[in-house]
Design a protein around this ligand. Structure first.
Ligand SMILES: CC(C)(COP(=O)(O)OP(=O)(O)OC[C@H]1O[C@@H](n2cnc3c(N)ncnc32)[C@H](O)[C@@H]1OP(=O)(O)O)[C@@H](O)C(=O)NCCC(=O)NCCS
Length: 314
């Protein structure tokens, strides 16, 4: 078995592996990974995706890639066929990660590395991260079945209005995100939340690019203070499978919390998805974010998996 630069390979070499991974994502996360797989393969063919492939007798059976975003490196994916079952496949995952981490940490100008490995159980591949100075943040993947009864109407303050997301909401939403995550553990995991320009980039990625599913404007809403006429909260939802929604963002300004605005935003999203016969709604939340976890539990979300987010500051 050899570990080689991903840029030596083409989509023909990687297609079977990504088809396999697509099935795993469907089983574990109810997520249609085929759009992401196609995008990855296009980058592989363009020879612009940095990463490593695990190769045995000419066959690629594992890979990991990363991307550079300014002074940050983001580990995009790690997959080895049967990685969750065969002990030696786990060793291959660890070797791939060791190469990726080493490359990123030695890249000139890279001062931060982030990774979120949704399809890997917490701690399963943490060793190479912890050995090289990463912080680990356990996160929950939660799922709500939408087949049940409709949520009761949530009574909110009469001065608060919830309306569908509109194109003009970008700037005020970025301001709400930046304020909502000030000093928050999620701003350690995703440093885009720390600045207005970063929050705008985050929004742009979610709304315009199909990396994290396809943005679903119909199930995305904002909360407004009627009197102050300002945006005070938002929920964004993407379609990750034909019948599955995924909350990519929900936040409320600190001074408006505990007034059931978060719950009302969730209810608006759930209502829209139910009306359109979606069967599931998923989200991810940092375990340490106790208030948010409590809110989702109360709304009947179940924890399906615990995975890790890793952050390294150089
Ligand atoms: C998570 C977040 C969106 C919740 O927003 P919120 O408007 O405060 O949420 P709600 O008021 O609907 O619900 C939370 C609070 O109301 C209470 N509440 C809500 N529904 C209730 C119900 N049906 N019965 C009793 N209490 C209820 C909860 O107990 C909780 O109370 P607390 O403030 O004492 O903890 C908000 O805290 C936030 O923006 N956090 C920062 C960003 C973030 O963490 N986002 C989630 C990332 S996954």
């Amino acid at each position: 078995m050899e570990i080689l630069d991903l840029r030596h390979f083409s989509s023909v070499d990687l297609r079977p592996l990504l088809d396999d991974e697509t099935q795993v994502w469907s089983r574990l996360l109810s997520w249609d990974y085929s759009g992401s797989a196609d995008m990855i393969l296009r980058y592989v063919d363009a020879k612009i995706l940095p990463g490593y492939a695990a190769v045995d007798r000419g066959r690629v059976f594992g890979y990991s890639f990363f991307v550079y975003e300014g002074s940050k490196g983001v580990i995009g994916d790690l997959y080895v066929t049967n990685g969750n079952r065969l002990p030696d496949a786990r060793q291959v995952e660890l070797r791939l990660l060791t190469h990726v981490i080493e490359t990123l940490q030695q890249s000139p100008g890279i001062h931060r590395v982030e990774a979120q490995l949704l399809a890997h159980e917490a701690n399963a591949v943490s060793r190479p991260f912890l050995d090289t100075g990463f912080q680990r943040h356990p996160r929950l993947f939660m799922l709500l079945a939408l087949g049940g009864r409709s949520p009761e109407r949530v009574s909110m303050h009469p001065d608060v209005e919830i309306r569908p997301w509109a194109e003009g909401d970008y700037q005020p939403s970025a301001a709400v995100i930046t304020a909502a995550y000030r000093g928050h553990v999620d701003a350690q995991i995703n440093d885009q939340y720390n600045t207005l320009s970063g929050s705008l980039r985050f929004l742009n990625n979610i709304v315009r690019f199909p990396g994290c599913g396809v943005f679903d404007a119909d199930s995305s809403f904002v909360a407004l203070d009627r009197k102050a006429k300002g945006l005070i909260g938002l929920i964004l939802c993407s379609r990750v499978r034909n019948d599955v929604g995924h909350v990519t963002q929900v936040c409320v300004l600190p001074e408006y919390r505990s007034r059931r605005i978060g719950e009302s935003l969730m209810a608006a999203t759930v209502g829209s998805l139910r009306r359109r016969n979606f069967s599931l709604l998923s989200l991810t939340v940092t375990e340490a974010n106790a208030r948010a976890v409590a809110l989702y539990r109360r709304l009947s979300f179940d924890t399906k998996r615990i995975f890790d987010a890793f952050v390294w500051l150089g």
